[in-house]
Design a protein around this ligand. Structure first.
Ligand SMILES: [Zn+2]
Length: 262
C-alpha cells in the first residue's frame, strides 16, 4: 500500500474525532449552565443579605456594615468554590487519571495568573456589580424579586439593567456610585458573567483537548479538520496534516476544529 494512502485518516476515525468535539461542547454547555445557576444563587443570597440590613439607600455599600460585608464575602467565596470545582470536574477530574502536570497546564499560571486567581478576581468584581444593582434598586424602591429578576436578565450587561438606568435618572448621586475605587455605569460594557464564562469554558475545553492528545500518544502526526463553517482564516490555514509536535488542542479560543491522529 502506498505510504500516502496509509496516511489518510479513515472515515471511522473522522467520525469519532467529530463526535468527541460534540461531547466537549456539551461539557462546555454544562459549565455555562452551572455557572449561570451558581451566579443566580449567589445573587439571590446577597440580595437577601443586603435587604436585611436596611442600609439607607443613597449610602448602600457592603462596606457600610462589617457583618453585611462578611456575609456577602462568604457568599462570594462559596461562588468561587462552586466554579472551581465544576470546572475541575468537567475539564479533567472526571477522567480520573490526571497528573499534577496536566492540572497545572490548565489551572496553573497562564499570563501571570492562575485559574483560581482570575476566578477570585472576577467573583469579587461580580460582588461590586451586585452592589451597584442593589444600591440602584434601593434608591428607586424596587422589590427584592424585581431586582433579582432584572439581575438575572442582565448578567451579560449589568449596567443596562433598567433598575440601574432608572436610579441614575432619579438621583444624580447614583451615577457616581463608587466602591473600592470601582465606579459603576457609563462606559462599562464588560460583565463578570462573560469573564467567568470565558475562563471556565476555556478550561473545560483545554482539558478535553489535552486528553484527546494524550489518548493518541505515540501518533506521528494529525489532520486538522474545520468543525464549523464559520469564516476563520486561521483554521482554514491549519486544515490538513501536521506533525505531532504542533498539536495544541485548538488554534484559538473556542476553536471547534477536530483532530484525527495518524
Ligand atoms: Zn478552529
Amino acid at each position: 500500500m502506498p505510504i500516502q494512502e496509509a496516511m489518510v485518516p479513515g472515515k471511522n476515525d473522522i467520525r469519532q474525532a467529530r463526535e468527541y468535539i460534540r461531547q466537549r461542547l456539551a461539557a462546555e454547555e454544562s459549565m455555562r449552565g452551572s455557572l449561570g445557576a451558581f451566579m443566580e444563587e449567589a445573587a439571590k443570597r446577597i440580595v437577601e443579605i443586603a435587604y436585611k440590613y436596611r442600609v439607607p439607600p443613597a449610602m448602600f455599600r457592603f462596606s457600610r456594615n462589617k457583618e453585611l460585608q462578611e456575609e456577602a464575602d462568604e457568599v462570594i467565596r462559596w461562588l468561587e468554590r462552586q466554579i472551581m470545582e465544576t470546572a475541575h470536574r468537567l475539564s479533567m477530574l472526571e477522567w480520573g487519571n490526571e497528573s499534577q502536570v496536566e492540572t497545572d497546564s490548565i489551572f496553573g499560571k497562564n499570563h501571570g495568573k492562575t485559574f483560581m486567581q482570575r476566578n477570585g478576581i472576577y467573583c469579587r468584581r461580580f460582588k461590586y456589580e451586585l452592589e451597584g444593582s442593589i444600591a440602584a434598586a434601593l434608591i428607586i424602591g424596587a422589590s427584592k424579586e424585581k431586582l433579582l429578576q432584572s439581575i438575572k436578565e442582565h448578567f451579560k450587561s449589568p449596567y443596562t439593567n433598567p433598575i440601574f438606568l432608572q436610579a441614575m435618572k432619579e438621583k444624580s448621586s447614583a451615577t457616581r456610585l463608587l466602591s473600592n475605587g470601582i465606579s459603576y455605569g457609563a462606559g462599562r460594557t464588560n460583565s463578570m458573567y462573560t469573564a467567568l464564562e470565558k475562563l471556565s469554558t476555556h478550561a473545560v475545553s483545554q482539558g478535553w483537548m489535552k486528553h484527546w492528545g494524550d489518548m493518541h500518544e505515540g501518533a506521528e502526526g494529525f489532520y486538522s479538520f474545520r468543525g464549523s463553517s464559520y469564516p476563520c482564516a486561521t483554521c482554514d490555514n491549519m486544515a490538513g496534516y501536521h506533525p505531532i509536535s504542533e498539536y495544541q488542542g485548538g488554534w484559538h479560543l473556542h476553536c471547534v476544529c477536530y483532530f484525527v491522529f495518524i
